[in-house]
Design a protein around this ligand. Structure first.
Ligand code: NI
Length: 269
C-alpha cells in the first residue's frame, strides 16, 4: 500500500480506500460528475476508542500538523461517544470529525477485548502520518466481532475495519443544481439507493443551520482470522449548511442529528 506523507496525498489515499470498499459511494459520486457537478467534501468522519494510544487527539495530529484547527466538541451520551471537529483555513478542504468510544462505560469483557486489539498495534504506528488510513492493524476473529456487536455496532465496525474513513460527506452547498436535500434524497432513491431513515431521512433543519442525510452502509465481505462475514461497511452522507444571523455559513455539527447518522452502519435497518 502506498504511504501518504502530506495532506493532499493523505486525503486522496483516504478517498481511494473508501471507494474501494464502498462502490455505492463511487456510483453516486460518478452520477454527480456526469451531471457536471463539482463534488466538495463537507467532512470526513473517523472512529476510534478513548484508549490513550488511539484517542481523538492522537488521530487528529496529522491534521493539526497540516494546518487544521480544533473547532468544537460533542457528547453522545446514549451512544457513549465523544467527538471533536477540526477545520482548515481553506474551507474547500473537508472538515475532519473524529469520535471516540468511551470504553469505561462498557462491560469488563468488552473492554478487555478492545485492549487486546489495541495491544496488537505495533509500537509507534499510531503516530505515523497516515495511521488514519492504515486499515485494520490487528487480527480479529468473528467471535470478537460478534461479542463487540452485542454492546455497540460502533466498536464492531472499528474492530473489522480499523483506521479508515467511516464516511465522506458531500457538500450540498458546493453543488450547482441539486441544492435541495429533499430533492437530492428523492433523486437518490429513484436511482435505487437506500437511505438511513432513523429519525427521518433528513436530520436537522434550517433552524439549526444544518441538514444531513445519508445512505445506509452497503454490506461487504470482510475476512476475519477464522472466517468471512458479510457486514455493513461505510455510508455516504450529504450535508447542507445555512447562514447564521451574522451571515456566515454554520460550520459546526448538530449532536442530535449526528446521533441518528451513526445508525447508518447498524444492521437493524
Ligand atoms: Ni458525518
Amino acid at each position: 500500500m502506498t504511504r501518504a506523507k502530506n495532506l493532499p496525498s493523505l486525503l486522496d489515499k483516504m478517498w481511494m480506500d473508501y471507494v474501494a470498499i464502498n462502490p455505492m459511494a463511487k456510483k453516486i459520486y460518478d452520477l454527480f460528475i456526469q451531471d457536471g457537478e463539482t463534488v466538495l467534501n463537507d467532512h470526513i468522519a473517523l472512529r476510534t476508542f478513548n484508549h490513550p494510544r488511539v484517542t481523538v487527539d492522537v488521530l487528529a495530529k496529522p491534521f493539526i500538523d497540516s494546518g487544521y484547527k480544533y473547532c468544537g466538541d460533542y457528547h453522545f451520551h446514549e451512544k457513549k461517544l465523544y467527538a471533536k471537529h477540526y477545520q482548515h483555513p481553506d474551507l474547500t478542504l473537508p472538515k475532519i470529525f473524529i469520535s471516540e468510544l468511551k470504553l469505561e462505560e462498557f462491560s469488563p469483557a468488552f473492554q478487555k477485548a478492545v485492549h487486546q486489539l489495541i495491544d496488537q498495534v505495533p509500537e509507534g504506528m499510531e503516530h505515523e502520518f497516515d495511521f488514519v488510513s492504515a486499515g485494520r492493524p490487528w487480527k480479529v476473529t468473528t467471535q470478537i466481532y460478534n461479542d463487540l456487536l452485542k454492546e455497540t455496532d460502533y466498536a464492531a465496525w472499528v474492530s473489522a475495519f480499523g483506521y479508515r474513513p467511516n464516511h465522506f460527506t458531500v457538500s450540498i452547498n458546493g453543488l450547482k443544481k441539486m441544492t435541495d436535500i429533499h430533492a437530492l434524497n428523492t433523486y437518490l432513491k429513484a436511482q435505487g439507493f437506500k437511505l438511513n431513515g432513523s429519525g427521518g431521512e433528513v436530520k436537522g433543519s434550517k433552524e439549526v443551520y444544518l441538514e444531513q442525510s445519508s445512505t445506509l452502509a452497503n454490506n461487504i465481505e470482510v475476512k476475519f482470522d477464522d472466517a468471512t462475514l458479510m457486514i455493513p461497511a461505510c455510508y455516504y452522507e450529504f450535508a447542507k449548511r445555512y447562514p447564521m444571523k451574522n451571515g456566515e455559513l454554520y460550520q459546526g455539527f448538530v449532536a442530535a442529528s449526528a446521533d441518528k447518522i451513526f445508525e447508518s452502519t447498524s444492521r437493524g435497518q
